[in-house]
Design a protein around this ligand. Structure first.
Ligand code: SAM
Length: 532
């Protein structure tokens, strides 16, 4: 069937108006083969090192420093590296937004619309264990997939919340250094990839999504600290959901400004977004003071000097190996008042920060494992800080002894330890004051305190350093039949002279999960839901 017959007529009409001379080339791209991507987990391996021992042919995606085109026929989702969180499989264009947000270790980062975690996993990895990632998702079902991806990636310093942007905005005024808004959208950029997205599209959807986006982008901006950066992105072409949302932000938050996108690698592939003038010309935005609707746009654009919307970028399938995307980088100017912050209440968690600072001043360095945590099943429960976790010296001794075996030399910071009926968590630093939100995870799930022993959690296994040596680890090769057996949940034979006890099972040094050795037989401790 001709492409024109496979796509909604209203969509085609809008694309023709927008693209002009390029329209035919755009349509032809629907018959080109799709490109698939793999993004390396920089917490576990450097891109260069991965390139050296990658089990698949790789071709670098130009706008990333850790993303590659891969051939799906090589089945990267079936390789044990996938179970070990060595990479994430992601549509190539969708890698751009997290690449563009200038996240630094130590930042407080918010991913507002984060499920299933394609971008949150990259943002978390960029933090390199320092600072905080709040990965939020409004849909509880989707938030569970997000949680799993954060855990598989081994991100220690992440909270996973299931909240509306409005509620987060109330709790975190001017709190974050970096914010990503990968907004819910009409998904036109995915038409090539997924026929179901075409079926779910209807002309009014563009304006319905735009109404949500207009709210979310203001709430996101209010959570950004002065001097902080925000990325706004969608996977749709409609200007109503892209340039015109930026315009809405700039009109309503004068402290926000668009900034050029620092992505040399995208120079050849990205195209500048449309200027307001151009959108007015092709009927997507009304002329100043024109109160009549034009095209899909029901929002007359008030008189407004044209900000350089073309600093944002469009990623088109006929210009690069990827699907349709839109990405803009914005900055909150320094030294401005923060709109929406009506009271003088101090930003959340300041108290906790002061405590952290005091500890730093006293020369107390947080433990290596401080940071992330995992806690499926605790949704809806609020954080209950219990200081040193109400553990006896002996109980603390079991935990320390276990952790010492896998993290030699670590200094367990008991102030960050939380005890929920024997389930032990390690909170990210500075988060003790964050309460009253729906968490799927509010720290790294270390394991369970049982009678006279400590049993480690899967989440802890995934957060342990990759590539480390040590007698507490059993590292198998991907080709070793025992790797597949372990991932199926079977016991495996370990025929060397090791002591009985807990071992971290790894593939090529990348942690997969736990096993307990007794007489040469390693009992499988991989959680049921983590097995192949
Ligand atoms: N960033 C994700 C990733 O890279 O994997 C994809 C996010 S997807 C484009 C947009 C997300 O926004 C969806 O998970 C959707 O559930 C969520 N969403 C839907 N309605 C929303 C709303 N009103 N406010 C905030 N998020 C919403």
């Amino acid at each position: 069937m001709q492409i024109e017959q496979r796509l909604p007529v209203e969509f085609l009409e809008a694309m023709e108006r927008l693209l002009g001379d390029e329209y035919r080339e755009f349509l032809d791209s629907y018959d080109l083969p799709r490109r698939n991507g793999l993004r390396v987990n920089r917490l576990k391996v450097g891109a260069g090192e991965f390139e050296e021992h990658a089990p698949f042919a790789l071709e670098r995606i130009p706008w990333t420093d850790n993303g590659y085109y891969v051939d799906w026929r090589e089945m990267p989702a079936r390789h044990p590296y996938y179970n070990a969180g060595v990479y994430y499989l992601q549509e190539p264009s969708a890698m751009a937004p997290a690449q563009i947000l200038p996240v630094q270790p130590g930042d407080r980062v918010l991913d507002l619309c984060a499920a299933p975690g394609g971008k949150a996993t990259e943002l978390g990895a960029r933090l390199d264990g320092r600072g905080l990632l709040v990965a939020n998702e409004i849909s509880s079902a989707r938030a569970r997939a997000l949680l799993r991806n954060i855990e598989v990636f081994g991100i220690r310093n992440a909270l996973v919340t299931n909240e509306s942007p409005a509620r987060l905005a109330e709790r975190f005024p001017a709190y974050f250094d970096k914010v990503l808004v990968d907004a819910p959208c009409s998904g036109e950029g995915m038409f090539r990839k997924d026929p179901d997205v075409v079926k779910a599209w209807y002309p009014e959807k563009v304006n319905e999504c735009a109404a949500v986006q207009r709210e979310i982008i203001l709430q996101a901006a209010d959570m950004l600290r002065p001097g902080g950066y925000m990325v706004y992105s969608t996977c749709t072409f409609a200007p109503e959901e892209n340039e015109l949302i930026l315009l809405h932000l700039l009109q309503n938050r004068e402290e926000m400004e668009l900034v050029p996108i620092p992505c040399e690698g995208g120079r050849e592939s990205f195209r500048p977004a449309y200027t307001l003038h151009r959108l007015q010309e092709c009927g997507f935005a009304a002329q100043p003071n024109d109160r009549t609707d034009a095209g899909f746009s029901h929002e007359p654009v008030a008189e407004y000097s044209d900000p350089d919307l073309s600093m944002a970028v469009r990623i088109w399938p006929h210009h690069c190996g990827g699907e349709g995307h839109f990405t803009a980088l914005l900055r909150k100017k320094d030294g401005n008042g923060v709109p929406g912050q009506t009271s003088m209440t101090e930003p959340l968690s300041l108290r906790a920060e002061r405590k952290d600072r005091k500890r730093e001043e006293a020369g107390k360095v947080p433990g290596k494992a401080s940071g992330r945590k995992g806690a499926a099943g605790r949704k809806g429960k609020e954080r209950q800080s219990q200081g040193a976790a109400g553990l006896s010296k002996t109980e603390l001794g079991y935990v320390r002894e276990f952790l010492e075996r896998f993290l030699p030399g670590m200094d367990l910071d008991t102030d960050l330890l939380e005890n929920h009926n024997g389930r032990l968590y390690l909170s990210p630093e500075g988060t003790a004051g964050i309460r009253g939100l729906t968490f799927l995870r509010n720290g790294l799930y270390l394991g369970d305190l049982k009678k006279n022993r400590f049993e480690p959690a899967q989440e802890l296994a995934m957060a342990l350093e990759a590539g480390a040596q040590g007698e507490a680890r059993i590292s198998l090769s991907p080709e070793d039949a025992r790797t597949a057996q372990y991932l199926h949940g079977e016991s495996i034979r370990i025929d060397d002279d090791r002591d009985n006890g807990w071992y971290l099972v790894c593939v090529d040094g990348y942690p997969l999960g736990w096993g307990k050795l007794a007489g040469g037989q390693l009992k499988n401790k991989l959680l049921l839901s983590w097995r192949n």
